[in-house]
Write a protein that binds this ligand. Structure first.
Ligand SMILES: Cc1cc2nc3c(=O)[nH]c(=O)nc-3n(C[C@H](O)[C@H](O)[C@H](O)COP(=O)(O)OP(=O)(O)OC[C@H]3O[C@@H](n4cnc5c(N)ncnc54)[C@H](O)[C@@H]3O)c2cc1C
Length: 477
């Protein structure tokens, strides 16, 4: 693998960002140790205590899928082998805004309907077999070890979850991938560094998910994968209804304190209040598979480490530890993957990454997804955050794009490519696209989307048996 940059790199956190970072580091460091508080081996493809939100539907955006496929060839094949439904984002995943279903279109982008623990398990099993990579699980990371002058991080302090004394693990490079609970701001402050400026968008979102046993009597999906009545300021209750490997799942979202109840009756009443009837009708009489789970998400938070004037050498931050996204836009895993590509680019220089340069590049791959999700959230008048003229313009224009996408497959495709982080948001602002959105056939109602006239009939379900291998445990209610 060529010359190594150093002997030992340590990754704090063994989830999506942590495993992707370890994969990158394994080319450049002789040993890579991933540390996590959970017993990841025992978790397998099941839930684990540190990630309670894994019960909720996770979509992997196309950009993230492409990066994962590049790093671990055979990702989609492996998912198909365990029964995960895979289909085109534009024709098997039905987006709906303000009650209008998008026109069907082939995008060439694969929607992989794997649940979160299955994706994590895949990343873990492919990373941990790489030469030099090892896992210290059931281990709490309690702090950083710095050089005497505090200009460099030289290791971490850890403690086994089953007791025992605190221990120092030394490293040439330490990467924080501990997610939303990252203690980097506090640890760095204790070492005499400034806190990174934070940007917040406070929407007080709640996810509530209930799983159902298939086949469904009233199935709006057939062989398709998902129906996504997305929340908008006009219809602030949203949903993701998906066919997974072993079940159907319905996630209901509410913002500004509005939350779907977890009891069946209340959950169904909430589903009934969505702007499209198909979701409620699909689950109304369906057999519930497990107790509903609920997760509250108060705010998106971006930590601008690139704006710090001083930062210790030998320390980097990736994934949710640097930026926590509103989950409804499904960006988190993909931005973690983008962060891994940034890390890879810096490691490819053959020298230890320089934090300032790394964080500058991390900021540049974070900008587009952050701007898109923050702008969409700030379209709700009650959501707290900084509104700019660009935000206001975006919130005037995007509902028009979404409305035209209901009739015009070309606009639907362009929108889906943008939210999949394949094309930049500017691609929707090209003069040709603006012309199509404002004056094209879809805008003039000359193209008609049959999905908005009547709902597609139930198609036959594929065998649900192949799904059994992929079973995921649910927490107690
Ligand atoms: C409800 C919900 C739905 C979501 N849906 C989507 C979606 O559809 N698509 C998408 O791309 N993203 C989604 N996300 C976001 C996604 O979960 C994360 O962005 C993504 O997993 C990247 O996380 P990470 O690896 O940075 O951190 P995490 O997944 O949070 O992992 C952090 C790891 O660090 C470990 N850890 C933390 N602190 C310590 C410590 N002190 N000692 C030892 N170990 C520690 C934890 O055990 C954990 O394994 C969703 C999030 C939520 C909350």
């Amino acid at each position: 693998m060529g010359t190594k940059i150093g002997d030992h790199a340590v990754v704090l956190g063994g989830s999506v960002a942590g495993m992707l970072a370890a994969r990158m580091l394994s080319d450049s460091y002789t040993r890579v140790t991933v540390i996590d508080r959970d017993d990841l081996t025992a978790a397998g493809t099941g839930l684990r205590p540190a990630i309670p939100w894994a019960v909720h539907i996770h979509a992997l955006l196309e950009r993230g899928r492409q990066i994962i496929e590049d790093l671990f060839p055979g990702f989609v094949e492996d998912m198909l082998a365990v029964g995960v439904p895979v289909g085109d984002y534009g024709s098997t995943c039905h987006y709906c805004f303000n009650g209008q279903m998008f026109a069907e279109t082939e995008t060439g982008m694969a929607c992989v309907a794997a649940n979160r623990p299955v994706i994590e398990h895949f990343l873990r099993s492919r990373t941990l077999v790489r030469p030099g990579v090892s896992l210290r699980e059931s281990t709490d990371i309690v702090g950083l070890e710095a050089s005497e002058d505090r200009s460099r991080i030289i290791g971490v302090r850890v403690q086994g979850r089953n007791g025992g004394a605190e221990e120092v693990i030394t490293a040439d490079l330490v990467i924080d991938a501990t997610g939303r609970g990252s203690r980097s701001p506090r640890w760095l402050e204790e070492l005499g560094y400034e806190r990174a400026p934070e940007e917040k968008v406070q929407m007080d979102l709640t996810y509530t998910t209930m799983d159902f046993v298939g086949p469904l009597e009233n199935d709006p999906l057939g062989d398709d994968i998902a129906l996504v009545p997305t929340a908008t300021p006009a219809f602030p209750r949203g949903a993701i209804f998906a066919r997974l490997a072993d079940r159907y799942a319905l996630t209901l979202t509410g913002i500004n304190g509005d939350r779907a109840p977890t009891d069946r009756e209340g959950f169904l009443a909430y589903a009934k209040s969505l702007p499209r009837p198909e979701v409620y009708e699909a689950v109304r009489d369906a057999e519930q598979r497990s107790p509903a789970g609920s997760f509250r998400f108060p705010a998106s938070i971006r930590r601008h480490y690139e704006q710090l004037r001083r930062f210790p050498a030998g320390y980097l931050i990736i994934g949710d530890a640097a930026c926590i996204f509103n989950p409804v836009y499904a960006q988190g895993m993909t931005v973690a993957a983008l962060g891994a590509t940034v890390l890879g680019k810096h490691l490819a220089k053959g020298v230890e990454p320089v934090p300032a340069a790394y964080f500058r590049d991390l900021a540049s791959v974070t900008n587009a997804p952050w701007t898109m999700s923050a702008a969409a959230d700030l379209g709700y008048p009650e959501v707290r955050g900084k509104r700019t003229i660009a935000t206001k313009m975006a919130n005037l224009y995007m509902p028009k794009v979404q409305a035209v996408a209901a009739n015009d497959p070309l606009v639907a495709r362009a929108f889906i490519r943008t939210i999949s982080l394949i094309d930049s948001p500017q691609s929707l602002m090209k003069p040709s696209m603006i012309g199509r959105v404002l004056f094209g056939p879809g805008a003039r109602g000359k193209l008609e989307n049959p999905a908005n006239a009547s709902i597609a009939p139930v198609a036959s379900l594929p065998s649900s048996e192949k799904a059994a291998q992929n079973d995921v445990e649910r927490p107690a209610a």
